[in-house]
Design a protein. Structure first.
Lengths: 486, 120
């Protein structure tokens, strides 16, 4: 097979690349490892969704000083199919900092604003159109009692009907994952989507990238291999698969050495009133008082996920259905100042080895964030807060909470998760630390660019989807301008 | 092929899950049996999806666990009485030994997720 532009991966970065180039009249092929589903096939149980939609069924944790559970999508649309659609533009100071640190051209707030606006229009980003569910209302009560900065985070989910199936794929088609919002547009402009093909290696002629070799991973012909030749290849496999593919293909400079994450710690709060958190979308507010170092917000809540959180300590309330109806889950997230790495598998299982070494600052921020979250929950009227960390006693008073303003949580038993991973192939004009130039062109080869979360130079401190989409569109338009002019 | 060596049997995992998640008065025996079967199957499939290196580490840990269980009780985990199995598992999953807790943390998390999704 031959094409002009080959896009590897159909997540936020890959799809924006494909739609931008296809609508400009370029011949585009998108190769995606995961399968394609319709909204009617989404919304199954969380355990079923893990097997169908998550890479490695969600079982490839980030190892290092503290293991971190990590979930990313492996489906047409990538992680946008299983996230909650939260949408945050990063603060202008952060973009200015990136420009200074990495010398990135044309990436200031004023450069990116049109691209953020484009993505927001495409995805229908806005607040929840229905009344807030109880898990959000109690959070708001606490936020107002504390007098902290914060509020509702907009989402790419117009018409959200509170079905609480974001992580299983939105069966109502309200959440605007890439498979629903933008890929059909790309296809209408002629892009071809090949799902169920895993790209194993980039094909090279010396320093020239001329395509990929892919293997069929689904269907009756699983195992079949093909070569797809292209004039230009955009690798958008996500923050772990992109560096793994580049390294497998012999491209190692600045690749996979600077992985960043937002580590999250979860808590469960029990209130006097009925919350029924499993019957509505997760709490929609975020606390910005301590941003960008510490953020707080709502966590996904189902009977199974609640059990995982409470099960960190043997909890009798796990079996108390009345108590469970009065619970909701929240998270404390930190910007992540540690560093990690990604390396391809060397044992043939196809899963990259992902490591992240927490910094002392990360743990301190998690501890302070935990204390603040408990204070907010108590101010909201919570009777008790259960930390999802082994050995920590439930928090019932301001004094219990304040302990963690002075002390650090125990490293060894932290139960952390993340869905925000980035910066494994940073872009910029500092060749000694950046894998690619300001527009994603990979150094040392021609015909190859990256355009996904891996390119973010550093932690955005907020949900990265908006920034990935804005930067991807900027890079795709720059590619068009460059290749048009020859 | 490698899975057959590294991943514990469904029967073994069912005993582990039974030890990690005590029964409750609100569940009928048939509900309990159905949930345990489902959970053991789910846990097994999840473990098969793990990176090979982690599968090897888990297999080593569970081999040590099984050996110590035999030495202590002169029978396997599946042959212990329910009360003894639950107390034994509790000691490993929530005890003082950090390595033992780390060994059982993925198992108890997966078990809790599947069991309570099933039971509701």
């Amino acid at each position: 097979m031959k094409t002009d532009v080959l896009v590897v991966g159909s997540g936020a970065g890959g799809t924006v690349t494909a739609v931008t180039l296809a609508e400009a009249g370029r011949d585009v092929v998108v190769v995606e490892e995961g399968r394609r589903f319709t909204p009617q096939e989404y919304g199954t149980t969380p355990t079923d969704a893990m097997s169908r939609l998550f890479r490695a069924r969600g079982m490839n944790p980030i190892m290092g000083s503290v293991p971190v559970a990590y979930a990313e999508g492996c489906v047409v649309g990538g992680s946008t199919e299983i996230n909650s659609g939260f949408w945050s533009r990063p603060p202008a100071e952060l973009l200015a900092h990136w420009k200074y640190e990495f010398n990135i051209a044309e990436a200031s707030e004023s450069d990116l604003v049109e691209h953020y606006a484009w993505a927001e229009r495409a995805l229908g980003v806005g607040p929840l159109s229905a009344p807030w569910p109880p898990s959000t209302a109690v959070f708001d009560r606490g936020l107002r009692a504390m007098g902290w900065k914060g509020g509702e985070t907009p989402r790419a989910a117009p018409g959200c009907a509170n079905s609480n199936t974001c992580a299983q794929g939105c069966a109502r088609g309200a959440k605007q994952g890439m498979s629903l919002a933008l890929l059909p547009r790309a296809e209408a402009s002629g892009a071809r989507i090949l799902s169920g093909w895993r790209v194993e290696r980039l094909l090279r002629d010396g320093a020239r990238i001329r395509g990929v070799r892919a293997r069929r991973v689904h269907g009756a012909d699983a195992g079949r291999r093909v070569e797809i030749h292209a004039e230009h290849v955009f690798v958008c496999g996500g923050p772990t698969e992109t560096p793994a593919l580049l390294r497998r293909s012999g491209i190692t400079h600045g690749v996979g050495n600077t992985l960043g994450i937002h580590p999250y710690l979860k808590v469960v709060a029990r209130f006097p009133e009925i919350i029924d958190a499993d019957k509505s979308v997760m709490p929609l507010l975020q606390v910005k008082e301590f941003a960008p170092d510490i953020t707080m917000g709502g966590a996904y809540f189902t009977p199974g996920h609640l059990a995982v959180m409470l099960n960190e300590n043997p909890a009798t309330e796990l079996r108390d259905r009345d108590a469970r109806r009065r619970m909701a889950a929240y998270y404390v997230g930190v910007r992540g100042t540690g560093r990690g790495s990604v390396r391809p598998s060397w044992v043939g299982d196809g899963l990259p080895r992902i490591h992240y070494w927490m910094s002392r600052e990360d743990v301190t921020n998690l501890s302070r964030g935990f204390a603040h979250m408990c204070r907010l929950m108590l101010a909201a009227g919570a009777e008790v807060i259960y930390p999802a960390t082994f050995g920590l006693a439930p928090v019932r008073s301001e004094a219990d909470a304040r302990v963690w303003l002075e002390r650090d949580l125990p490293w060894a038993d932290l139960a952390l998760q993340t869905v925000h991973v980035f910066s494994s192939c940073p872009i910029g004009e500092r060749p000694e630390r950046c894998a690619a130039d300001s527009f994603g062109r990979v150094r040392g080869v021609t015909g190859l660019a990256i355009n996904d979360a891996s390119m973010l130079p550093d932690s955005p401190g907020v949900n990265p989807q908006a920034t990935i989409m804005a930067m991807a569109r900027r890079n795709a338009l720059a590619f068009l301008a460059r290749t048009r002019s020859g | 092929m490698i899975d057959a060596v590294l991943i514990p049997s469904r029967r073994f995992l069912r005993a582990i899950v039974d030890g990690l998640i005590p029964e409750h008065a609100s569940e009928t025996p048939s509900q309990r049996a159905g949930a345990l079967d489902y959970t053991a199957g789910f846990v097994r499939e999840q473990l098969q999806a793990m990176p090979l290196v982690l599968q090897v580490l888990l297999a080593c840990g569970l081999t040590v666990f099984s050996a110590i269980t035999w030495l202590r009780w002169l029978r396997g985990i599946g042959a212990l009485t329910t009360e003894r199995r639950q107390a034994w598992m509790h000691g490993w999953a929530y005890g003082r030994v950090t390595l033992a807790r780390k060994l059982f943390r993925p198992l108890r998390s997966l078990a809790a997720l599947a069991y309570f999704e099933r039971i509701g």
